[in-house]
Ligand binder design. Structure first.
Ligand code: NDP
Length: 328
């Protein structure tokens, strides 16, 4: 049976004005899919890259990768979900900005009773990202010091709390004193206002000249060189995003000159390749939320229909923590 859904699509790349509210058909789930009646959708910076075309995708297309809701239909071959389950995902094909959709079931996990739909929608992509950054890409150990840029953002506030839970000393950067204070409240060991302070000099001071084994950089172009300057010999630069624009024209000799540095440009999908990987990472994330180590910080809510306004706020650095799109 085919149902209809409200969704946000783009038929051209550009500014927030290209987001259009449309009605789309949702067929019965195919083999390996489930249909979710969505209750809340998570907003992410990557949605902006797809809207502008920085990450190319054939037009027209939907937007969004993260949402939570109820399973209302189950396709052939799906065994870990049933109709009525509360469920969420953070790494789907494009199209989460909708009130009803089909999703590959191996991307979907059940959510614990103690976690609301809104909180689940706010943490699936960002929390699974935090999991792979801190626990897989570079496995942080208790007592280590690490730098995390944009620490008051969606991924950032989760990283501050996760690091605190691991006993890791996270140095967070942010662009205003208020954002720095928020990162500190959420567990950052130290904070640096990168719009006013010399980050590399402060890192050197905070580490007694030793500098860092790892830097997590989702800001990209504007912080690239600073981040490299914060690393100790053989340190790892995790360049995981482009909020200020992509890093281009990397000169490999630079890595040699700055101390035989390593660089990785990771993405979530490669760290949750199978349903088992996804479930294991989600279990770790959910257990920290349920035991109170991570408090989900939803800084802003916008109705689904106002997704353009939500994206504008995120791009203009006016948000803190997670932003969600609500569904009536
Ligand atoms: P955030 O909520 O962190 O928003 C981005 C933040 O980046 C802003 O709030 C701002 O914080 C900072 N920023 C610095 N320079 C700029 C600029 N020129 N324009 C806009 N913002 C700027 O977003 P998310 O939590 O959704 O994502 C954080 C980063 O992580 C993004 O780059 C995203 O693409 C990346 N990401 C990567 C994944 C991966 O697997 N590779 C998965 C998920 C996210 P401030 O004002 O403090 O500078």
């Amino acid at each position: 049976m085919t149902n209809q859904a409200k969704a946000i699509h783009v038929d051209a790349h550009g500014g927030p004005e290209v987001l259009k509210l449309v009605t789309v058909d949702v067929p019965a789930p195919a083999k390996g899919e489930v249909t979710l009646r969505q209750k809340a959708v998570g907003l992410n910076f990557i949605d902006i890259y797809f809207r502008t075309g920085l990450y190319p995708h054939p037009l027209p297309h939907g937007l969004g990768f993260e949402a939570a809701g109820d399973v209302v239909a189950v396709g052939e071959g799906v065994t870990h979900l049933k109709v009525g389950d509360r469920a969420a995902y953070g790494q789907s094909p494009l199209g989460a900005y909708a009130d009803l959709r089909n999703v590959p079931a191996d991307r979907v996990v059940k959510i614990p009773d103690a976690i609301s739909y809104e909180d689940a929608a706010a943490i699936m992509l960002k929390g699974l990202t935090t999991q792979y950054l801190l626990r897989q890409c570079y496995r942080l150990q208790e007592g280590e010091i690490a730098l995390f840029h944009a620490a008051a953002g969606g991924v950032g506030l989760l990283a501050c709390q996760w690091a605190r839970a691991l006993g890791v000393k996270l140095i967070g950067t942010a662009s205003t004193p208020e954002k720095c204070a928020l990162a500190k409240e959420h567990g950052a060991w130290e904070v640096i206002d990168y719009s006013r302070e010399d980050v590399a000099a402060r890192v050197k001071e905070l580490t007694n000249g030793e500098k860092l084994p790892v830097v997590y950089d989702g800001v990209g172009k504007d912080t690239w060189m600073t981040s490299l300057n914060c690393l100790r010999p053989r340190g790892l630069m995790v360049s995981f995003g482009n909020a200020s624009g992509p890093v281009e024209g990397v000169d490999l000799a630079l890595l040699n000159n700055k101390g035989s540095l390593y660089v990785t440009r990771p993405k979530l999908g490669d760290y949750v390749l199978t349903q088992q990987d996804m479930q294991a990472a989600a279990d770790e994330l959910f257990s920290l939320v349920v035991d109170g180590s991570i408090k989900v910080a939803i800084g802003q809510r916008f109705p689904l229909e106002e997704a353009a306004k939500a994206q504008e706020a995120l791009a203009a650095r006016k948000t803190t923590g997670a932003t969600i799109l609500t569904i009536d």
